[in-house]
Design a binder for this molecule. Structure first.
Ligand code: C2E
Ligand code: CA
Ligand code: CA
Ligand code: CA
Length: 279
């Protein structure tokens, strides 16, 4: 009993206690964050290497919590997935992203794609097709300007149902992409089953380019494979000219990263689109 007591005391270190406390705290704060209008969207431009222009943007959620300040989506999205708030939050992101994209189009900018990150639970627990159709109708955004970013693991569970939903989305013109490619499940068979338009190479393969020969070989292989399968490739996390040159030399179609632009608040993005679509 003495031993168990000691173990328990070790288990609840002050650091762990506060980490758990923080999760509980964030979880309850998340429940009221939508009502309090604490979320905003930022948009990161994506550049086509062919003509050097902005082809689209990725919508990324930002949370400024009362009395706490900015909290990273890497921290709160997993918590929102667990407590279910990802469903209303994800719906809000989809609606806002489409509303903004429609606005940019109306204001005379050349049509810009908007990419929205989906979470696993949005595929599992909602009728994603019905939701997307409703949001497109309400915002008036043409379906071909919306792109949905999925991760590999989402295509593995309940694959038949997910496939049906994604094929229906594809049918109406929505674009589909695989995010963080290369970091998820090892089977690649889903690549020939699902109607995917883009493959986004994860930043971890880009960061050490061009010096790391293994990463270079992996990136080249991914690009070749994607092109053979009729998909376009986007490299994530491009920060240097040397990375850009490598990707350009190996036929990567589009790039995203701090080298071109950080994610921008909506007014700054609009300014950038108005000024020049060229970065
Ligand atoms: P992600 O979808 O892979 O998004 C890319 C992340 O990399 C973003 O972080 C972006 O700001 C960052 N990034 C872009 N370029 C560079 C670069 O050149 N260097 C470096 N170091 N980082 C770069 P962010 O905005 O903090 O988002 C983190 C993750 O949170 C996202 O990863 C995504 O998984 C999730 N997330 C963000 N917004 C949403 C959302 O609206 N819905 C869902 N379900 N998940 C979201
Ligand atoms: Ca993404
Ligand atoms: Ca990513
Ligand atoms: Ca490496």
């Amino acid at each position: 009993a003495k031993d168990a007591g000691r173990n328990r005391a070790q288990w609840f270190t002050p650091e762990m206690d506060s980490a758990i406390q923080r999760r509980v705290d964030l979880s309850s704060r998340l429940r009221s964050a939508l009502k309090k209008a604490e979320f905003t969207l930022h948009f990161q431009p994506r550049v086509s290497l062919g003509h050097g222009k902005v082809t689209g943007v990725e919508a990324l959620i930002r949370w400024c919590a009362q009395d706490v300040g900015q909290i990273s989506p890497a921290d709160f999205i997993p918590i929102a997935e667990r407590n279910g708030m990802i469903l209303p939050i994800g719906e809000w992101v989809l609606f806002e992203a489409c509303r903004h994209a429609r606005q940019w189009q109306d204001e005379g900018n050349v049509a810009v794609n908007v990419a929205v990150n989906l979470s696993a639970r949005q595929l599992r627990d909602t009728d994603i097709f019905k939701l997307v159709v409703r949001v497109l109708e309400e915002t008036g955004l043409p379906a071909h300007l919306l792109e949905l970013e999925l991760t590999e693991s989402m295509l593995v569970h309940d694959a038949a149902r997910v496939l049906q939903a994604l094929e229906a989305l594809k049918e109406i013109g929505v674009r589909l992409s695989i995010d963080d490619f290369g970091t998820g499940y090892s089977s690649l068979s889903y690549l020939k089953t699902f109607p995917l338009d883009y493959l986004k190479i994860d930043r971890s393969f880009v960061v050490d380019l061009p010096d790391d020969l293994n990463d270079g070989a992996i990136v080249r292989a991914i690009i070749d494979m994607a092109h053979t399968l009729g998909m376009k490739v986007i490299a994530e996390g491009v920060e240097t000219r040397a990375q850009l040159d490598f990707l350009l030399a190996h036929d990567c179609d589009e790039m995203q990263g701090y080298y071109f632009s950080k994610p921008l608040p909506q007014d700054e993005l609009k300014e950038l689109l108005r000024r020049k679509r060229k970065l």
